[in-house]
Ligand binder design. Structure first.
Ligand code: OAD
Length: 245
């Protein structure tokens, strides 16, 4: 049924979260035993206040995550979404992920709601640049590391991600809202749906008349049109094959 919806659709939107990268070896934030927020406190690591209070602690944590991401590769779930984009007239990929794996896989029409982990932004002049990656930190994280400095103005660099309490990149939420309002099918893949404003997108799509399909190993809320239970790396390639092969 979902395959037929996708085949007939002229506009599809996809909302992804950390779960789509789980099969690339990256930890999710919630749920699993090794989920990031079961091991670390978001308030100590992912807020502007945390960075102001203890920049070396925050920087070390992000350098660890960057090293993990740098060695991760897109999985068949990411690849299936590239194929979906090629098969549907308008397909918009909205992601809460900062790992860059959708782009690495080849997706092009991406709205990155929470920024990009592998880029820095200068806290002084605002300039953005690719971050440094220390590969060994993936296996041997440090507790504290002094943040790199901006080569232009000397101020501290910070990761170019959205922290709790910060606004989303300009225009990102407006573009995402327009895409879900216009779509016939919204695929919600690998997100717990608890972080706003991204969490408002599925209800918005439903109100606008879209079919909301959840891909997740965990049960979805009752009001979705369809839940496909399992890992994104298994479900998405099979779904796209059924829809377009
Ligand atoms: P979460 O960690 O909250 O949720 C991950 C979801 O992925 C859960 O619903 C899991 O059941 C599901 N999942 C796990 N393995 C999966 C797999 N192989 N295939 C499909 N689904 C799987 O991640 P997000 O919802 O992305 O924000 O978290 C939202 C935001 O909270 C993040 O962007 C981040 C975080 O704090 C900021 O840092 C601002």
């Amino acid at each position: 049924m979902v395959a037929a919806w996708l085949r007939r659709a002229r506009r599809v939107a996809v909302l992804t979260g950390a779960g789509i990268s789980a099969d690339s070896g990256l930890p999710t934030f919630r749920g699993a035993q090794h989920a990031l927020w079961s091991r670390f406190r978001p308030e100590s690591l992912a807020t502007p206040e945390a960075f102001a209070h203890d920049p070396a602690l925050v920087w070390a944590w992000y350098q660890w995550r960057r090293a993990l991401v740098a060695r991760a590769r897109p999985n068949p779930g990411h690849t299936a979404l590239v194929e979906l984009e090629a098969a549907v007239p308008v397909c918009t990929l909205i992601t809460q992920n900062v790992d860059g794996l959708h782009r690495a896989a080849g997706s092009r029409n991406i709205i990155a709601l929470h920024g990009e982990l592998l880029r820095d932004r200068c806290t002084g002049c605002g300039r953005e640049s690719p971050c440094t990656i220390v590969a060994s930190l993936a296996d041997a994280p440090c507790e504290r590391l002094e943040p790199d400095r901006c080569p232009a103005c000397g101020a501290r660099l910070r990761p170019a991600v959205v922290w709790f309490g910060e606004p989303l990149p300009e225009g990102a939420m407006a573009a995402a809202s327009a895409a879900v309002r216009a779509c016939e099918v919204l695929l919600v893949v690998g997100t717990s749906g608890v972080v706003y404003p991204a969490a408002s997108l599925a209800p918005l799509a439903r109100t606008a008349g879209a079919r909301v399909v959840v891909v997740n190993p965990e049960p979805a809320p009752d009001d979705v049109a369809r839940q496909l239970t399992g890992s994104a790396a298994d479900i998405l390639p099979a779904l796209v094959r059924r829809a377009f092969a």
